[in-house]
Design a protein. Structure first.
Length: 293
């Protein structure tokens, strides 16, 4: 009887240990898969893709500002190609690779990559080009003979540098206005998660009001950061998920999804030392930056 109790106790201790270790192991596998797919897609030219991993499932969503002249069909086709590329990746120490001398029933589980076509924005067809003196792309070539050598007879073009400078200036001004609207407040999350706390909603309301009044043609970059507590890979994933949660909240309020980009930088670029509680709190942050689209 005593031996039975000892065996039962040993089994319970083992089962409890496995229950504690397994979730951490699964998170590590998912983080490794996420990071490998991210690097692989960046190298293949698919930077405008959000990645979410669950076990061996990779879910891809379109993000970012579409290139000029792109159609929704083009973006969906690009997202499908990204899914094909993602399915071919294998992280280092991937635990599901097949061993050649396994029995015939052993199969190699594959990474399943799924593209979400609903994440692609519905783009209207490009408007026809209307020729003006400021935009002479569709004007016929000037008649040199009838122009009599006069420079004023040729259409004038808007200096490109002037347009770029104006956009950069507007982006910088709007970024400063967002910082002023936040006024020392912070975006907070439930500990070790990407769940926004209720007090963050008022901050996001004010951020949305400012950005809604900014000039068109700007994109919003939301950058997430953590302190250096915990594994670097896990912090990288957490920072991205938090930035994405803030982005989703602003899109829900009315910002165009194609305008908002979320990025996670983990424990990179600290603004304070991580050796104090105050310093670590300062490093756990979400930053809003407007840029020319």
């Amino acid at each position: 009887m005593r031996r039975w109790w000892i065996l039962t106790l040993g089994w319970l201790i083992w089962a409890g240990g496995m229950a504690l270790l397994l979730p951490a192991r699964l998170r590590a596998i998912e983080t490794g898969l996420h990071d490998t797919v991210r690097r692989h897609l960046n190298a293949d030219g698919f930077a405008n893709v959000d990645i979410a991993t669950t076990g061996q499932l990779v879910q891809l969503r379109w993000r970012g500002v579409p290139a000029a002249g792109a159609s929704s069909d083009d973006l969906r086709a690009s997202l499908a190609r990204a899914a094909t590329s993602a399915a071919a990746t294998r992280p280092a120490n991937w635990p599901f690779n097949r061993i050649d001398d396994w029995a015939d029933w052993a199969t190699q589980p594959v990474i399943v990559a799924v593209a979400d076509p609903d994440s692609v924005p519905n783009l209207p067809p490009p408007p026809p080009i209307v020729a003006t003196e400021a935009d002479p792309r569709s004007l016929p070539a000037p008649d040199i003979e009838s122009a009599s050598g006069s420079a004023s007879a040729l259409p004038a073009a808007v200096p490109v540098n002037a347009v770029v400078s104006a956009s950069a200036s507007a982006a910088a001004t709007c970024t400063d206005e967002v910082k002023s609207a936040i006024s020392g407040r912070r975006i907070h999350f439930v500990s070790s998660s990407a769940e926004l706390t209720p007090d963050s909603q008022a901050v996001l309301d004010d951020v949305y009001k400012v950005i809604r009044g900014c000039p068109s043609g700007l994109s919003l970059e939301i950058d997430g950061y953590t302190d250096d507590v915990g594994p670097a890979r896990a912090n990288l994933t957490l920072s991205f998920e938090r930035a994405r949660a803030a982005a989703a909240a602003l899109v829900k309020r009315g910002l165009p999804g194609e305008m908002v980009n979320a990025h996670g930088f983990g424990q990179e670029n600290p603004v304070a030392g991580n050796d104090t509680t105050a310093g670590r709190a300062a490093n756990r942050r979400v930053v809003f930056v407007l840029r020319p689209a």
